[in-house]
Design a protein around this ligand. Structure first.
Ligand SMILES: *Cc1c(COP(=O)(O)O)cnc(C)c1O
Length: 411
């Protein structure tokens, strides 16, 4: 019995013959890059996601890109001036964001465990620090004092709710992220009395949500929470970052998020927001929804073999580049990402195949028992949904193979 795979993104789903990414043939892209394995990202697809967000949310909600989803420099340089801000979570990402010539005031730096050198770098550059604890706040104030600078500080709130059904939970209950909501007003007052440039709140409640209703609820709760915290603190927040969490369909049965439904209700709720938020700006920070579907991982079959009645196609890539497709990046049960034989888009399935990577570990499975057109040594395999948490979220050094190549097309 073959097993299902997730949905191929709409831009690729109806293609026939050789897969095209951004109008270019997959085999030509590999020739351009020099070799497989290769990540290709279609800038046009990212642009269309950005346009869809703008059309739905208008000017009232700023769009930030969370660069941990995909920090590839060509992509980052391209996207930097198409969004309103970049959210980073390490000094390394901050330097990539600054190199992309983003105004430091449009960069915010979140993440637990920021070292003193990272705090100093951000304060010196004029980047906003999203504080994750009172201890971090104290260190940031002391460093700013020593530097004679006014630090830009926002408070990341650990909200008492999380996005229901979200793939990864980062809010609600005991968490390493953010400061428990009840203690936030006191911290804001302390930041203000220390003379910091308080930038507002960051409320991130989860990731990979596909149900509009779950996001609507989380955003409604975040707005109310921001209003209550600001009233308690006695200070209006310049910016409320409402988090993100927009998901994309990865697995069989997943359905796309109704972004317009989320936007309509959020804009409604904004109209009736608390008085203390009257002058505030609002932002949503997105990673995978912007870039995830735009990426394709191309890898070549190097061997084809049978074992106990099953066919194995062994490719020159694997989980060291695209960990998530192997099921080892936070998934509970391994399910198949969408995959295709690049030269035979939309041809009927002829055989059940197991596609495995070249790492000498049984974890390196890229597709289990999928029905595909016949494929042989030399053929290109396309693994979709590789635009977010691909190369940078994979154990590239494991087993010592070369890194994957990357290309941005259609920019
Ligand atoms: C990871 C992360 C994001 C991006 O999440 P996606 O699921 O890729 O949209 C946004 N904000 C914060 C704080 C994060 O940690």
């Amino acid at each position: 019995m073959s097993k299902p795979m997730g949905p191929i993104p709409p831009e690729f789903a109806d293609q026939a013959g050789m897969l095209r990414v951004g109008g270019a043939r997959a085999d030509e892209l590999v020739a351009r890059a020099g070799d497989t394995p290769l990540f290709v990202y279609d800038a046009g697809m990212i642009a269309s996601r950005i346009a869809r967000f703008r059309a739905a949310f208008g000017d009232e909600i700023k769009l930030h890109y969370a660069i941990k989803a995909n920090p590839y420099s060509q992509l980052l340089n391209w996207i930097a001036n198409k969004v309103d801000g970049l959210d980073v979570a390490s000094a390394g990402e901050m330097h990539l964001a600054l190199d992309a010539r983003t105004d430091p005031h449009d960069i915010s730096f979140a993440g637990p465990g920021k070292r003193d050198v990272e705090l100093e770098g951000a304060i010196t550059a004029g980047v906003t620090l999203n504080l994750e604890s009172e201890g971090e706040a104290a260190r940031a104030l002391a460093i700013a004092d020593r530097l004679g600078r006014t630090p830009r500080l926002a408070v990341r709130v650990n909200p008492d709710f999380e996005i229901k059904g979200s793939g990864m939970r980062m809010g609600g209950g005991a968490k390493p992220f953010g400061i428990d909501a009840a203690r936030v007003p006191a911290l804001v007052r302390q930041l203000l009395s220390a003379g910091a440039d308080w930038r507002g709140f960051h409320i991130f409640a989860g990731s990979q949500a596909l149900q509009a209703e779950a996001l609507i609820e989380a955003q409604r709760a975040a707005l109310i929470l921001a209003g209550n915290l600001a009233e308690d603190a006695g200070a209006p927040p310049p910016l409320v970052n409402l988090g993100g969490g927009f998901g994309i369909p990865y697995m069989a049965g997943d359905t796309p998020l109704d972004v317009e439904a989320v936007a309509d209700i959020l804009l409604d709720n904004l109209n009736s927001r608390s008085q203390v938020l009257e002058e505030s700006q609002f932002a949503i920070e997105l990673g995978r929804w912007l870039v995830g579907e735009a990426g394709v991982y191309l890898t070549r079959i190097v061997d084809r073999k049978e074992s106990h009645g099953k066919t194995f196609l062994i490719v020159d890539g694997g989980m060291h580049h695209q960990l998530a497709a192997s099921g080892n990046f936070g998934q509970v049960i391994r399910r198949n990402y969408p995959i295709a034989i690049a030269a035979r888009m939309n041809e009927p399935g002829e055989e059940e195949a197991n596609i495995v990577g070249c790492l000498c570990t049984p974890l390196d499975r890229l597709a289990d028992d999928v029905l595909l057109p016949h494929a042989d040594v030399g053929d290109l395999v396309a693994i979709f949904l590789a635009g977010a948490y691909g190369r940078s979220a994979s154990p590239e050094a494991f087993l010592g193979h070369d890194p994957a190549k990357e290309l941005l097309v259609g920019a």
